[in-house]
Design a protein around this ligand. Structure first.
Ligand code: FES
Length: 134
């Protein structure tokens, strides 16, 4: 994982996880907690979600590719703004990042609270299993 600074006060990170480059702002869109200090980055492919980032403060979930908030404590359509993510490319032995456009809010008819809850529980389970293996 490589943290980088885009401008004073705006820090992001780039990492290679499960064969993909991911880059996103370190600051959680909910309340600004640093996602890299105690946060979780888990592969939830078994739920067709891919890699998901969990904030250490209130366990909100974000898609680190498009930035969508996947679960928040409103227990409904997320009110939390999306996470700024970046397109990553390798050129001439260097890593380049370019901000992705922020995703549109999820439409009410497309929201699945049961799926959101399943993702949240799966991320917490994996994080706990990793931190407390026995
Ligand atoms: S600060 Fe990240 S979920 Fe609240």
């Amino acid at each position: 994982m490589l943290p980088f600074c885009l401008e004073p006060g705006l820090e992001a990170c780039v990492l290679y996880k499960d064969g993909k480059w991911l880059a996103f702002n370190r600051s959680c869109p909910h309340a600004g907690i640093d996602l890299l200090v105690g946060g979780d980055i888990e592969d939830l492919s078994e739920l067709n979600a891919g890699v998901v980032v969990g904030c250490p403060a209130h366990t909100y979930l974000f898609d680190p590719v498009v930035g969508t908030c996947l679960w928040d404590a409103s227990r409904g359509l997320p009110e939390t703004p999306p996470l700024q993510t970046y397109e990553v490319s390798e050129r001439c032995g260097q890593i380049w990042v370019k901000p992705r456009p922020l995703p549109k809010p999820v439409a009410k008819e497309d929201w699945d609270q049961a799926r959101a809850d399943a993702l949240q529980l799966a991320l917490v389970d994996k994080a706990l299993a990793r931190k407390f293996p026995d």
